[in-house]
Design a binder for this molecule. Structure first.
Ligand SMILES: N[C@@H](CCC(=O)N[C@@H](CS)C(=O)NCC(=O)O)C(=O)O
Length: 215
């Protein structure tokens, strides 16, 4: 399976971590979202030309959440990352939809505001705080964010929390999130290496494309 990806992209990071946890080796094809040749190649597969894009024996899927669901349906027969019990699964789904519609959405809006104005508006500060207050509640209710073990929801929400590094958001008031991050990352033996790679590539990207951001 080929994954068109760039490690600086949070949705790509999430799919890469899902694959790691499932023990799947993906043939990663680095795709630069600013390179016309890469964009043209990607557009042939995915008219939305977004990364991540997965190609499995000619079958093309994009949208990170859809890719993750495809991978668990195909490779997570025991329902570890995506539990089979409808009630447990519904909590995983709620956290995933919360991530795409609220948490990650506001993190991205925060990056846009920092690039444009070098500060967060009061309104966005409030929205981000609300989203993080909820995240703090979710991660302290159970051993992991949606269950008593790691699920897809932990991986996706971790991607959003890690992306707060782009705006140097201080998580001081969220001890639950900070200890949950340690617990989730400890589930991946090579997470430190992975995070170093994210930092290195993000630094390069920011220096070129958004030099006003302090990273
Ligand atoms: N909702 C999508 C978002 C994908 C997305 O927007 N990826 C960005 C990189 S983080 C991208 O490919 N941008 C290039 C473009 O939109 O042309 C997902 O979860 O996969």
């Amino acid at each position: 399976m080929e994954l068109y990806s760039d490690v600086i992209s949070p949705p790509c990071q999430n799919v890469l971590l899902v694959a790691k946890k499932l023990g799947i080796t993906l043939n990663v094809k680095k795709s630069d979202i600013h390179d016309p040749a890469d964009i043209a190649a990607l557009t042939k597969l995915n008219p939305q030309h977004t990364i991540p894009t997965l190609v499995d024996d000619g079958h093309v899927i994009w949208e990170s959440y859809a890719i993750a669901l495809y991978l668990v349906e195909k490779y997570d027969q025991d329902g570890v990352l995506y539990p089979k019990d409808p009630k447990v699964r519904s909590v995983v789904n709620q956290r995933l939809f919360f991530d795409i519609g609220t948490l990650y959405k506001n993190v991205l809006a925060g990056i846009d505001e920092m690039i444009a104005d070098k500060r967060l508006s009061e309104e966005l500060e409030r929205k981000l705080q609300q989203a993080l207050d909820l995240t703090e509640k979710f991660v302290t209710e159970r051993p992991f964010i949606a269950a008593d073990h790691l699920t897809l929801a932990d991986i996706f929400v971790l991607g959003s929390i890690t992306t707060l590094e782009w705006i140097r958001y201080d998580l001081e008031r969220y001890p639950g999130i900070r200890s949950w991050v340690k617990k989730v990352t400890a589930e991946f033996p090579d997470y430190d290496e992975f995070h170093k790679e994210i930092r290195k590539e993000s630094k390069k990207y920011i220096a070129t494309h958004c030099p006003d951001l302090e990273y």
